[in-house]
Design a protein around this ligand. Structure first.
Ligand SMILES: NC(=O)c1ccc[n+]([C@@H]2O[C@H](COP(=O)([O-])OP(=O)(O)OC[C@H]3O[C@@H](n4cnc5c(N)ncnc54)[C@H](OP(=O)(O)O)[C@@H]3O)[C@@H](O)[C@H]2O)c1
Length: 259
């Protein structure tokens, strides 16, 4: 098999949470271009249908599940629904997450903190448990957790430190699961994006224009990333091209964490 063939995902199915917009959609598209069929999860049906139509144009089978995975019992039901489709689920991309609020830690309501941990961390845990069990039975699979550069470093100029805390925890979960599941054929890795101009960041930058300048000044490449620039990283970790890679975090940040 030639080296480029190792990146192919023909005959495999990838479940992408938050696959309807932003980075999840860009990664889903890249996986589809590499040959994968898809199950996309999101809350807004119209956005999901739009993404599904785009991926189906590539000749792939695409299923959608409308659900809010920030609720652990709903996340579990989503996975059961996905498994009931009887697809060869080889890839799970735990992409759902976000900062959502800019509140100083000293004022952060604990209930809100827990809700946002469910969004950023528990959703990934539950999906990894449910889909991971299926992968372990088959003795193969690749789980990709979308963390953030906000895991290893605090982002300057914005509050909401549940985000830094939850993404760091997701990085820890990635390493531990990778170690536990490696002998049973399931790889677990993370992608840590830097700054990309998706809708949440457009909203933050509209509210706080200085935030974008502060962030970009800290990127050695001097610019934000394009969502499509995350796709190849997802294909690498999903495919046999990364057959000896587990417990790793692939940082895609234009050098942000190098400074
Ligand atoms: N953008 C960045 O610069 C950046 C940097 C580092 C890390 N990240 C991480 O990358 C991931 C994606 O971020 P993004 O910027 O692409 O966000 P985005 O543009 O808001 O897209 C989020 C996707 O997730 C879905 N979603 C959100 N909440 C959901 C929920 N509770 N249940 C089911 N689906 C849900 C959204 O669809 P619906 O709204 O219709 O549900 C959408 O498809 C997040 O984990 C984020 O923390 C992003």
């Amino acid at each position: 098999m030639g080296v480029l063939d190792k990146f192919r995902l023909d005959g495999r199915t990838a479940l992408v949470t938050g696959g309807s917009r932003g980075l999840g959609r860009a990664m889903a598209r890249a996986l589809a271009e590499a040959g994968a069929d898809l199950i996309l999860v999101g809350r807004d049906e119209a956005a999901l249908d739009g993404a599904a139509r785009e991926m189906a144009m590539l000749g792939r089978w695409v299923g959608v599940i409308v659900a809010d995975v920030s609720q652990p019992d709903v996340a579990a039901a989503v996975c059961d629904q996905a498994l009931a489709l009887n697809r060869p689920l080889d890839v799970l991309v735990n992409n759902v997450g976000g900062r959502r609020v800019d509140v100083a830690t000293e004022d952060f309501p604990v209930e809100e903190w827990k809700r946002l941990f469910d969004l950023n961390l528990t959703s990934a845990l539950v999906c990894a448990q449910r889909i991971g069990r299926f992968m372990l039975q088959r003795g193969r699979g690749s789980v990709i957790n979308v963390t953030s550069v906000a895991g290893p470093v605090a982002i300057k100029g914005i509050g909401g430190r549940h985000y830094e805390a939850a993404k760091a925890a997701l990085g820890g979960l990635t390493r531990a699961l990778a170690a536990d599941w490696a002998p049973r054929g399931v790889r677990v890795n993370a992608i840590a994006p830097g700054g990309f101009l998706t809708e949440p960041n457009q909203k933050w930058y509209a509210e706080k224009p200085e935030l974008r300048a502060t962030f970009e000044a800290h990127v050695p490449m001097g610019r934000l990333g394009e969502p499509a620039e995350l796709g190849p990283a997802a294909v690498f970790l999903a495919s046999d091209a990364s057959s000896y890679v587990t417990g790793a975090t692939l940082v895609v940040d234009g050098g942000y964490t190098a400074w």
